[in-house]
Design a protein around this ligand. Structure first.
Ligand SMILES: [Zn+2]
Ligand SMILES: [Zn+2]
Length: 363
């Protein structure tokens, strides 16, 4: 580790700084757009040892004006792949995992639980609510950031006992997160922001994450940043008793000796015969065609990636595939990953009495 100690002569003089603690830390960054670029860059420079980057999107030319990790030649590549390459070049020895998927397919609850911090750099309310909800299930410490044109917010949620960002919303606004069919995004979708605001919010987020990793937890939970007035300050959050994001899993998960790469058949053989395992996101299954009675099927190995409407093999009509979360209904040969189950996921398994037990896959 001589290289690591040689890289941080100044930081070693900072009171409370701990190069080894940062090198041993793992941070999950959800959303690798402009804000995610900036925060990931800062964490890599600071010497954080492991980053998990999760984002389903690809680099577009319009991202280049405020994304420090992307170059024109990256257009069309997954954002997480382009960002990983740039981060490795910035910080020798950095371990980066790239997950080019939506959060629930890319980062399992087990991985969130084991991270030293989770960073939200998302641009829609729905994605934000999903991340808040998943972090709540496993008490993962979350630092969430949002940018507007000239202002921003940083929201910390370190335990489900604390008020959260969800508490500051109405039930209707929070519900956006539960309803994948809703196309309302309540105007809380991506607002324009430029690099100045992005960098400002990212700097506050970086300080918050480093504070968590170095045992110097910030005292605020919601920080409002207003560039035009020059004012940045904490805002008090109050707990809404109806906010659902305060109930972690009710028991520690049982650890399975395999990852999401095993097939449904192998997975089921590790469970009691009458157990009903579920995935967090529904996937398409074999569906009877209403016109001819033949069966339309999703792709056998990767059902989760099959389009929701397929051509019936019997009559050629367009047929909407039925969806379910019941893993027993998937083909035995399908890998859990092909059904959209994330690496390191903790899956709910229902017994005949309706009680849930939690099973964790290896990361
Ligand atoms: Zn709440
Ligand atoms: Zn048909």
């Amino acid at each position: 580790m001589a290289g690591v100690s040689g890289r941080f002569p100044r930081e070693r003089l900072v009171p409370g700084w701990d190069v080894d603690a940062l090198a041993a830390a793992a941070v999950v960054v959800v959303g690798v757009g402009a804000l995610g670029n900036e925060v990931a860059k800062n964490l890599a420079l600071a010497g954080v040892g492991r980053l998990v980057l999760c984002d389903p999107d690809t680099v577009e030319p319009g991202n280049l004006s405020r994304s420090v990790l992307f170059r024109p030649g990256d257009a069309g590549r997954p954002k997480v792949a382009a960002a990983s390459d740039a981060l490795r070049a910035l910080s020798a020895g950095l371990r980066v995992a790239a997950r080019p998927y939506e959060l629930r397919h890319g980062v399992g609850l087990g991985e969130l639980a084991e991270a030293d911090a989770v960073v939200g750099c998302l641009d829609t309310l729905r994605a934000r609510m999903r991340l808040l909800g998943r972090c709540a299930l496993v008490e993962a410490p979350l630092v969430d950031g949002a940018t507007g044109p000239w202002e921003g917010e940083v929201r910390l949620r370190l335990s489900t006992e604390e008020p959260c960002y969800g508490c500051s919303l109405t039930a209707h606004q929070r519900g956006v997160g539960d309803s994948p069919w809703s196309c309302r995004d309540l105007g809380n979708g991506p607002l324009g922001a430029a690099i100045g605001t992005t960098a400002l919010v990212a700097a506050w987020m970086t300080q918050a994450v480093l504070g968590l990793l170095l045992g110097r937890t910030p005292s605020y939970r919601l920080l409002r940043i207003d560039a035009p007035s020059g004012r940045s300050g904490p805002v008090l959050l109050t707990r809404d008793p109806h906010c659902p994001h305060h109930r972690p899993l009710d028991a520690p998960p049982r650890r399975l000796p395999f990852s999401h790469e095993v097939t449904i058949r192998q997975f089921l053989s590790a469970l009691p015969p009458d157990a009903e395992p579920q995935s967090w996101v529904d996937f398409p299954v074999r569906t009877r065609c209403p016109s001819c009675g033949d069966y339309a099927e999703p792709a056998p190995e990767r059902p989760a990636e099959t389009a929701s409407i397929v051509e019936c093999p019997g009559c050629g009509q367009r047929c909407r595939l039925r969806r379910t979360v019941r893993l027993r209904t998937a083909p035995g040969s399908a890998p859990l990953a092909g059904l959209g189950v994330a690496r390191g996921e903790i899956l709910p398994v229902r017994d005949p009495g309706g009680k849930f037990t939690w099973y964790q896959l290896k990361a």
